[in-house]
Design a protein around this ligand. Structure first.
Ligand SMILES: O=C1NC[C@H](CO)[C@@H](O)[C@@H]1O
Length: 428
């Protein structure tokens, strides 16, 4: 259909095409829908027409992901320009009210190509961490405090406690809502379709890994966090009645280890499904310099984390997605020449629990591994990212190769395909 402005306009989608929640499962096109996903934070960046855009690479990455059964991508929709060295450049927001239209058109291109492959996307609208500017950059804009880069300060506890001040800052929240409205109400410049009518968006996500503060978050900080989730999720639903909304939480690790807080934060009728993440190395369960000696501890805790959050989802009667997990390469090494035997063993353990419990009808709705590196390659001997370098699955605050799954990691790709087939075969 050629619209008045000459842009090819797709017919409005039938409501049934959207991903919906049916009790404790997802549904799409009248069938149960399971997430076989990748984290692909830079997908919109590759879609830009110029600058950092690499559209030919993007098409190849999407085709390669589709070929191994990936049906869902978790993507960074918004980034904030910052002086922090650990953050990606450029950013979709250069300053309050000033947005990079070329980069936002990259998201349009990504969504157009995702639709051609009938994939779905979770779009996160902020970041608790500094690698895309995030909440600490909002505080720099609106409180005048320095954007804190924990890679520099080495003080994560202070970072988390101060960054949670974002939830209480009225001016920061107002600009955050301006940005939310700009994205949620956006009309795709490639397809002419409003984002709010795009059935290939699965969910709007408040942020990547929002936390209430640090591990010692106070009852007041927790109450602010719970209210923030409910309010913002409700605001997004007020703009868009079609799509699901999720928090982006890591689960207990992102909830000060407080299960009641995690339940309270996700009980809101505005939160349609639960999310959780699993990071044995980041959480010091696994020592990659002593893999044999730390494996049993890591896998025991991982199994418990995987299963206990499914029980929490049962309590709330909502689906849950394991939307991040990862482990580093053998060695440990960042080099794509290194093997991934330990990571493959970990992935198989995770996939087996997810697939088995999904097949039983438990509310686990799938996974997104962290993260698709594909054809990207680290450019520097120290494995740190610099502007102009390839994007890989590891954002700029981490070594390029830490957790990425590259197109040369054949054993990992074969394993992902094996479990993709199992999840896609579940009929409900
Ligand atoms: O959201 C995230 N979770 C863990 C990733 C790997 O450490 C990290 O890169 C990202 O900030």
């Amino acid at each position: 259909m050629i619209g008045a402005c000459g842009i090819v306009e797709a017919a409005p989608a039938a409501k049934g095409d959207f991903v919906t929640v049916n009790k404790t499962h997802f549904a799409r096109n009248g069938q149960a829908y399971y997430i076989v996903g990748a984290n692909f934070w830079y997908g919109g960046y590759l879609g830009a027409a110029g600058g950092v855009g690499e559209r030919a690479r993007l098409l190849k990455e999407l085709d390669n992901m589709k070929a191994i059964g990936i049906n869902n991508l978790r993507v960074l929709a918004v980034s904030e320009k910052t002086d922090m060295k650990s953050a990606v450049r450029p950013a979709t927001t250069n300053a309050p009210g000033q947005y990079d239209e070329e980069l936002l058109t990259g998201l349009d291109f990504l969504m157009a190509e995702v639709a051609k492959r009938d994939m779905t996307v979770v779009l996160y609208l902020n970041n608790f961490w500094q690698w895309s500017g995030g909440m600490t950059q909002y505080l720099n804009w609106f409180e005048g405090t320095p954007a804190l880069d924990p890679n520099v300060t080495k003080d994560y506890d202070t970072y988390m406690q101060k960054t949670a001040g974002f939830y209480r800052n009225a001016a920061a929240q107002a600009e955050y809502r301006n940005v939310i409205a700009k994205i949620v109400k956006r009309v795709n410049t490639i397809t002419g379709k409003p984002y709010a009518e795009d059935t290939h968006i699965m969910s709007w996500q408040l942020a990547n890994e929002p936390r209430p503060g640090n591990g010692n978050a106070t009852p007041e900080e927790k109450a602010v966090y719970v209210k923030w989730i409910d309010d913002v999720a409700g605001y997004i639903h007020s703009l868009d009645r079609n799509h699901l909304v999720s928090s982006g939480s890591e689960g207990l690790a992102g909830s000060a280890q407080d299960a009641q807080l995690y339940l309270d934060a996700h009980r809101s009728r505005n939160i349609d499904y639960l999310t959780y993440h699993l990071w044995p190395k980041n959480w010091s369960w696994f020592d990659s310099n002593n893999p044999t000696g730390s494996w049993d501890n890591a896998i025991t805790k991982s199994r418990d984390y995987l299963n206990s959050h499914i029980e929490l989802a049962k309590k709330l009667g909502k689906p849950i997605v394991l939307e991040e997990f990862g482990l580093d390469r053998d060695g440990p090494s960042f080099s794509i020449k290194s093997t991934t035997h330990i990571r493959d063993r970990f992935y198989r353990e995770v996939f087996e629990i997810v697939a088995t419990r999904a097949q039983k009808g438990d509310p686990i709705a799938g996974f997104n591994f962290w993260a698709w590196g594909g054809a990207g390659r680290a450019a520097n001997a120290d494995y740190w990212w610099k502007p102009g370098n390839d994007f890989v699955g590891d954002p700029p605050q981490e070594e390029q190769g830490l957790y990425s799954v590259f197109d040369s990691d054949v054993t990992s790709l074969v394993l992902i395909k094996e479990y993709a087939d199992k999840l896609h075969a579940i009929k409900r």
